[in-house]
Design a protein around this ligand. Sequence first.
Ligand code: PNS
Length: 160
Amino acid sequence: MKKAICPGSFDPITNGHLDIIERASRVFDELIVGVVVNPEKKCLFSVDERVEQIKNIVKNLTNVKVKKFSGLLVHLMNEENVTVIVKGLRSVSDFEYEFQMASMNNKLDPSKETIFMMAKAEYCYISSSSVKQVAMLGGVINGLVPEEIIPDIIKKINLK
Ligand code: PNS
């Protein structure tokens, strides 16, 4: 059985992330969405909120499970018996960052490989940070993130 992990902050999950998750779930028998607990990053949503949002969004993808993790990704991968990391690539700037992470993970554990999926053109400009910025400045975020989390984003931003 071929398993893979799609790790990220997902603060919040975007339609670009979701497209990669859906496509990866068709390539692998089982896909884990790994939601990072990152104490260095000030997130809009707690890790448990992000996990719940993603679980709800991917509930119809029966081979996808969602797990939070802290510490090294390769440690979670060993616990879950996964060797493949799937990431989406939108741009050359993504490439530099992702190349560094893929190389570091492979250095930490040479059994781990990173596979990249090219983002679809319609999602190339979407990032979690730009979504948050647009929402904070009162812009419309429909079409950028899954519809079901739009009320959560607006509520969180209004509480800030
Ligand atoms: O969505 P993001 O913020 O680009 O995701 C980054 C993530 C979670 C994939 C990365 O920060 C990560 O793997 N963090 C866990 C710590 C780790 O394993 N670091 C070593 C590889 S650089």
